[in-house]
Write a protein that binds this ligand. Structure first.
Ligand code: SAM
Length: 213
């Protein structure tokens, strides 16, 4: 992700408290209060510029979506998208996913999307990968027992690593694909990164997984 410094980002995000939740801790265990009603709650970690999140929210108005992105300048684009779409079932958090359990209570989420997360190929950076054990531990905590993790990446190394990491953690997989766009899966919503890779003819790896308790 190419980062462009936008000094006005923080101020603009703060000017939209209806969409960007400044202190997500205060909704922990009661996210329905941040929306106008109670609906299933799906979270995308590392949401980037919010294409996937916005299109999913338009497609599924009966679900609440929350996007978490650590860079304010990137989240700004997501905010513009949400505003333009005129949807009310999305909230954005300018936060680090490492603090997920500060924002959500045990079993509070129904689904978690990890899309084209940074691969961090060096071994010494393993802990930064969003499928590293410490992140999986948090996902297990915040997802309800029927909750699922949906993961997509263009990076074969990260996909292999994630399969191993999740399997070591005791997760069970289904709908694993080594070439999503040739798999016949219906209803796939593309992320911004995914569009770029698909245009280059590269395969997309995808899996759905759940925790076995
Ligand atoms: N999901 C988007 C897509 O598929 O187009 C963006 C992919 S981009 C490669 C990964 C994004 O995840 C970046 O915007 C990065 O800032 C964000 N990210 C990575 N680690 C994060 C973390 N620990 N907490 C929050 N955001 C994170």
């Amino acid at each position: 992700m190419r980062l462009r410094h936008k000094p006005w980002a923080r101020e603009t995000l703060a000017a939209h408290p209806d969409i960007v939740v400044a202190q997500p801790e205060r909704y922990r265990g009661k996210w329905h209060m941040a929306f106008d009603k109670s609906q299933p709650l799906y979270v995308e970690v590392g949401t980037g510029k919010g294409k996937f999140l916005t299109e999913m929210a338009q497609k599924y108005p009966d679900i609440h979506f929350i996007g978490i992105e650590k860079y304010e300048s990137v989240l700004l684009t997501a905010l513009e998208r949400v505003k333009k779409a005129g949807i009310s079932n999305v909230r954005l958090l300018a936060q680090d996913v490492a603090k997920l359990d500060h924002f959500f209570a045990e079993d509070e989420l129904d689904r978690l999307f990890i899309n084209f997360t940074d691969p961090w190929p060096k071994n010494r950076h393993e802990r930064r990968r969003l499928t590293y054990q410490s992140f999986l531990m948090q996902y297990q905590y915040v997802l309800n027992p029927d909750g699922e993790v949906h993961f997509k990446t263009d990076n074969r190394g990260l996909f292999e690593y994630s399969l191993q990491s999740m399997s070591t953690y005791g997760m069970a997989f289904h709908d694993v694909s080594l070439d999503l766009h040739k798999s016949g899966l219906e209803g796939n919503v593309m992320t911004e990164y995914e569009e770029r890779f698909v245009q280059k003819g590269l395969p997309i790896y995808r899996l759905e997984a759940r925790f076995t308790r």
